[in-house]
Write a protein that binds this ligand. Structure first.
Ligand SMILES: N[C@@H](CCC(=O)N[C@@H](CS)C(=O)NCC(=O)O)C(=O)O
Length: 229
């Protein structure tokens, strides 16, 4: 059994997509990031960066004691290795998937995250910041659109790269992106959207998705963090 510490945000959805695709048993432990659950000592013990998602695997493949993993990219790699699924064994194909996973973790996620921040959450509209992150998101969509030319999935077979990227394209309207400008990406997006496991993954988040991921009260807690919190 896997405990998933989760909130229905793009990084959270990545993991429910994997768990649903692989048919693994899991329990969701909600981490309400607007209410400060990410600062509870029990959560920090498994996720010292006070960010969700994180997992605790009570039956690791190593056969040892329970183990925990934080960072969504690391969790996807861990689960892919545990199950032998969605990450090819062939070294060339494997590194191709890993490089697109890293592209999401180091590029699309952080840039689209800043896009959401300045477009949606920042108390002042800062035109330079909005333009910077809307443009960068647009550039990254262009890179992905090119990669998807003549391919069904980001790297040939469906993989953890698709699972990592898709939740960050779901809010494309908030990000001020038009999928009609990216025909390959649009085709892939619609194929992802209609996968039964993806539908189930988003349904899993439904009990909490009706609330805003970031409430008014949560904003200062989320956006004013320093080393001293
Ligand atoms: N690089 C991390 C980012 C995780 C992340 O930013 N999680 C956000 C929600 S999407 C969070 O937990 N925020 C809580 C906070 O800012 O205190 C990952 O991919 O797991």
């Amino acid at each position: 059994m896997i405990d998933l510490h989760y909130w229905p945000t793009p990084n959270g959805h990545k993991i429910t997509i994997f768990l649903e695709e692989a048919g693994l048993e899991y329990d969701i432990h909600p981490v309400d990031i607007s209410a400060g659950d990410q600062f509870k000592p029990s959560f920090l013990a498994i996720s010292p960066n006070n960010r969700m998602p994180a997992i605790v695997d009570h039956a690791p493949a190593t056969g040892g004691a329970s183990l925990s993993v934080f960072e969504s990219g690391a969790i996807l790699l861990y689960l892919a290795e545990k199950t032998g699924r969605f990450l090819p064994a062939d070294p060339q194909a494997r590194i191709n998937v890993i490089q697109w996973l890293m592209w999401q973790m180091g590029g699309l996620g952080p840039m689209a995250g800043q896009n959401h921040h300045f477009v949606k959450y920042a108390p002042e509209k800062v035109p330079y910041a909005i333009q910077r992150y809307v443009n960068e998101t647009n550039r990254l969509y262009g890179v992905l659109n090119k990669q998807l030319g003549g391919r069904d999935w980001v790297v040939d077979d469906y993989s953890i790269a698709d699972m990592a990227i898709y939740p960050w394209v779901v809010p494309h309207e908030t990000q001020q992106q038009n999928l009609d400008d990216f025909p390959n990406l649009k085709r892939w997006f619609s194929a992802m959207q209609s996968r039964p496991a993806v539908v189930r993954a988003y349904e899993k988040g439904a009990p909490w998705s009706s609330r805003p991921a970031v409430t008014e009260e949560g904003k200062s807690l989320l956006f004013g963090q320093t080393a001293n919190r």
